[in-house]
Write a protein that binds this ligand. Structure first.
Ligand code: NAD
Length: 400
């Protein structure tokens, strides 16, 4: 099929490269000219394991085009356009910022191709879509939804082996086109109405941080009770109704999706009419975990009389260089504010703000080295070496 992808971020690029590798012709449009230039020159704008292999494949690359202007696209022969632009949280209104989506929908609305299947992949509440459609003069029932569930760090595998595909919409012929596109994927396709499709996405992104917050609260309880954390979590997770998957403590959870999606879920309802005490407190629980981690690090640093703290791993989890809403950055800022010498080291991200590889390897005084998430064996060996040479103290918040 002939596909257009609007927005070459994590979702747009991974989806588009995946579809191109399956033989579709894919045109990417992004207003960020720098990104488009990079992509045209066969260079990826961010790190995602395995994406380079598909992106650089000769056949796949021949199936892709990159443009920065909507007018450069020949829309007449296109079958499906996926809108994959960002939907961040607007900090002033504490609700989703729809300006990127509105601008993309506006562009598509001005086209003549009425058979084009316009599909929203971005995470967005249907009531916001309704507002945008009213503003730009588009019938909202003409839109289809295909919420995205990929996880940064395993996004390529998630594209090829999704747990499920969710399609939302009222126009059956458009839904059929999407079903055809996904017909070779080995998973269940859930076809539903637009609201339910978005609720599946939002509630999944509410349950996951809720589970992570549960583990983090359990961690605080176990530590304050003097129990053995790994034994306790193992024992709890072995109950088949609970499971040990996605059951790891962390300094706090973060990333580009969970924080904003949980905030938005709490905008779905009127709290004077509906009480959802669990869902409305997930963000608060995570803030408490962030502060708790900072306190634990600072007290260990003081008790052991160390020279500084090094946080290893800048992003919100392993295998990504996405720094959006990273707990490491938040904890770093808190420690710095308390006047303690603190640095970040990340083996994947080069930044003037972070420790260089050289100064990390040649550390010559005892530091508290905190692993913010699991690191590869090479790096772990290097860290163990530094610890033994400098009498540093290794602190592993996810394995206390
Ligand atoms: P991103 O910020 O990485 O990329 C968005 C891209 O869209 C940017 O390159 C931007 O320049 C471009 N863009 C913005 N407005 C545009 C316009 N009018 N025309 C063309 N390009 C435009 O975003 P992302 O992380 O890929 O997320 C996209 C959506 O998918 C969000 O709604 C997000 O919540 C959802 N989502 C993200 C993930 C994830 O792991 N990142 C997973 C599932 C769902």
């Amino acid at each position: 099929m002939n596909i257009v992808i609007i927005g070459t971020g994590y979702v747009g690029l991974v989806t588009g490269v995946g579809l191109a590798s399956l033989g579709n012709s894919v045109t990417f449009i992004d207003l960020d000219i720098e990104k488009i230039n990079k992509l045209s020159n066969k260079s990826l704008p961010f790190y995602e394991p395995g994406l380079d292999k598909h992106f650089e494949d000769k056949k796949t690359f021949e199936n892709m085009q990159f443009v920065s202007k909507y007018s450069e696209i020949d829309w007449d022969d296109k079958d499906i356009v996926f809108i994959c632009v960002q939907t961040p949280n607007n900090l002033e209104t504490n609700s989703v910022d729809t300006k990127f989506l509105e601008s993309a929908i506006n562009e598509v609305n001005s086209l003549d191709n009425k058979d084009l299947v316009t599909t929203i992949k971005s995470t967005i509440p249907p009531y916001e879509i309704e507002k945008i459609c009213n503003k730009v003069g588009l019938e909202s029932s003409s839109l289809t939804f295909n919420p995205e569930f990929l996880r940064e760090g395993t996004a390529v595998d998630d594209f090829f082996n999704p747990d499920r595909i969710v399609l939302g919409g009222n126009d059956l012929s458009k839904i059929e086109k999407l079903e055809e596109l996904y017909s070779n994927f080995d998973c269940e396709v859930i076809v539903t109405d637009p609201i339910s499709s978005q609720l599946i996405k939002y509630l999944a992104n509410t349950y996951l941080p809720l589970r992570l917050s549960f583990v983090n609260e359990a961690t605080r309880l176990v530590k304050s009770s003097g129990g053995n954390l790994s034994d306790v979590l193992k024992g709890v997770g072995m109950d088949s109704r609970i499971g040990s998957h996605y059951f790891r403590p962390s300094p706090a959870w973060g990333g580009s999706c969970f924080p904003k999606d949980v905030v938005e879920v709490n905008n779905f309802y009127d709290s004077s009419e509906l009480e959802l005490p669990l869902i409305s407190n997930i963000i608060e629980s995570n803030k408490i975990q962030t502060n708790w981690t900072t306190k634990m690090l600072e007290s260990t640093y003081k008790d052991k009389n160390l020279k500084g703290i090094i946080l290893v791993g800048a992003a919100f989890k392993e295998d990504t260089d996405d720094l959006r809403n990273s707990p490491t950055i938040e904890i770093y800022n808190q420690i710095k504010e308390d006047g303690i010498n603190v640095k970040i080291y990340d083996s994947m991200i080069e930044s003037d703000e972070f420790l260089t590889l050289e100064s990390f390897e040649n550390l010559d005084s005892p530091h508290l080295i905190a692993l913010m998430y699991p690191v590869n064996e090479n790096l772990l060996n290097k860290i163990n070496d530094i610890v033994s040479k400098t009498e540093s103290f290794l602190y592993i918040p996810w394995q206390l």
